[in-house]
Design a protein around this ligand. Sequence first.
Ligand SMILES: CC(C)(COP(=O)(O)OP(=O)(O)OC[C@H]1O[C@@H](n2cnc3c(N)ncnc32)[C@H](O)[C@@H]1OP(=O)(O)O)[C@@H](O)C(=O)NCCC(=O)NCCS
Length: 172
Amino acid sequence: MEVYRVTKNSPEWLFKVYDYARTDAFCFGQGIPVNFEYGHDEPIDDTYQAVVLVDEGKPVAGCKITYPGKNVARIARVCVTREYQHKGAGSILIKEAEKWILEGEVSKIVINSQNRAQKFYEKLGYELVPGVDPRIIEERPDGDYSSAPRDYAPSNNKLGFFCVLLEKNVPA
Ligand SMILES: CC(C)(COP(=O)(O)OP(=O)(O)OC[C@H]1O[C@@H](n2cnc3c(N)ncnc32)[C@H](O)[C@@H]1OP(=O)(O)O)[C@@H](O)C(=O)NCCC(=O)NCCS
């Protein structure tokens, strides 16, 4: 498995690897409409960071890293193509993202996860922040959710899942 770090000036094909993995995992795998999946993408600017995986020339996986606050990193849009799911690719992807994040001064990594992927992240050391709406990530850039309302009680959306907030203090 080849692991690539992607930034604004990376070769175009690395962006295509990520798009392929997103389309396969989310649109075909989970029925997320393509306009919804790609309709909210932030522009690719100087801060852009993504990790992608390629196996013998095939697009396998991707995730994006952002920094909502000074010492807080966020891993998002995590996807593995259906062919490669449950074979360890997701774990390789997250570990590489964490390695990159830890090259900077970061004390916490946060994830707004689909509830059905929660166990995957927990196996990688992330912990659920119970009762807190994951949309708080953007509202509290310091990553301190201790005084956040704990009344978040979501139910499944039309696509059959809801989102949860996960966090990991680093270095673990
Ligand atoms: C969720 C996803 C990223 C996990 O990647 P993956 O390559 O399939 O996961 P891995 O093979 O590295 O699994 C690592 C561990 O997590 C577990 N795991 C993986 N996906 C899981 C899931 N959906 N539910 C429960 N456990 C899961 C595996 O069983 C494995 O456990 P083990 O180490 O005891 O065998 C991938 O399946 C995927 O892209 N799914 C569709 C899109 C998606 O849900 N993205 C996440 C949005 S928040």
